[in-house]
Design a protein around this ligand. Structure first.
Ligand code: C2E
Ligand code: CA
Ligand code: CA
Ligand code: CA
Length: 279
């Protein structure tokens, strides 16, 4: 028994060391990738259900590591979040996305609202508002081109302070969307207080549509609630015709998912956009 105990202790601590090593390695590689400009953004269209037009897009980060190959944001974003690296990464992403919008506009493309992900923990650290404001000004892009996808957790954390920050973003005409809605600690009273424009229903509820009666009821309730509060609804992770038809029947406003498009590189995304009328 003693032997076993000792072994399992050894095993446990080895595993911890391996994890810590991996995290340190990733941290160092993220730093390197930032300096080398190795990250890039892809853009996944959001389709207006009524008109079938592209009326938005979510910017998602990508990283092809020179040795380790493709690393998912699900793996490196949490590592960046554990240190102050995430603040640098946020700035980097905002710069990339806003300069890209400006670039497309110079090509006379009709650029829809582009959203970026800023998880809730980052709101309290770093001055997100002045960073956004400064970057918009630098590239001469108006705030209404931009949407920020916050997480539901923000509705709970440090309420007063976060409401202030969101209101300052709204003063810049930036849209606010609550990402992965339904998965977190959402409280209806906070939802009413929060200055947000869009609820984004998480993929996990969409996955089981229209076969799971419970999920159908949840999705229907979220859409009704959002519309009663004057907010738009986006469904993420729509993969099938049946899901699309179901959401359309429920008056969901926008759809994002593989059924229409995977996240696209900048050239493929630009090819989807129409040209502005030239007078
Ligand atoms: P998320 O914000 O919930 O983003 C949606 C994820 O679902 C994306 O994965 C997207 O590619 C994927 N997706 C979209 N439609 C479908 C579909 O029909 N089927 C399936 N199976 N998947 C679909 P991705 O790009 O791997 O991003 C994963 C997560 O990483 C994101 O979840 C977000 O939390 C985080 N992330 C991605 N880019 C950024 C970023 O630039 N900044 C920050 N802070 N986080 C990011
Ligand atoms: Ca998102
Ligand atoms: Ca999401
Ligand atoms: Ca999600």
């Amino acid at each position: 028994v003693k032997q076993q105990g000792k072994n399992s202790y050894t095993y446990y601590s080895d595993e911890m060391t391996a994890k810590a090593k991996k995290r340190l390695y990733l941290e160092q590689e993220i730093r390197h990738a930032l300096d080398n400009d190795d990250f890039y953004m892809v853009y996944q269209p959001k389709i207006d259900v009524k008109t079938s037009q592209v009326t938005g897009a979510e910017a998602l980060i990508r990283w092809h590591h020179p040795i380790d190959g493709f690393i998912s944001p699900n793996d490196f974003i949490p590592v960046a979040e554990e240190s102050d690296l995430i603040l640098k990464l946020d700035k980097y992403i905002l710069d990339k996305v806003i300069s890209q919008i400006s670039h497309w506009q110079k090509q006379s493309l009709n650029v829809p609202v582009i959203s970026v992900n800023i998880p809730s923990r980052e709101f309290q650290r770093g001055d997100i508002v002045s960073c956004v404001q400064h970057t918009l000004h630098h590239y001469q892009v108006i705030g209404s081109q931009l949407e920020i996808e916050i997480t539901e957790r923000l509705l709970m954390d440090h309420c007063e302070e976060n409401i202030k920050i969101l209101n300052r973003l709204k003063d810049l005409d930036i849209h606010i969307s609550v990402d992965d809605f339904g998965t977190g600690y959402s409280s209806l009273s906070y939802l009413v207080q929060f200055p947000c424009d869009v609820l984004k229903i998480d993929k996990c509820f969409i996955d089981m549509l229209p076969h799971s009666k419970e999920n159908c009821q949840i999705v229907e309730a979220i859409i009704m609630l959002a519309h009663k509060l004057g907010k738009d609804v986006v469904a993420e992770g729509v993969e099938t015709e049946a899901q699309y038809q179901y959401l359309r029947a429920l008056n969901c406003d926008q759809i994002q998912g593989y059924y229409f498009d995977k996240p696209l590189d900048i050239l493929d995304f630009a090819a989807k956009l129409t040209k502005c009328d030239v007078r």
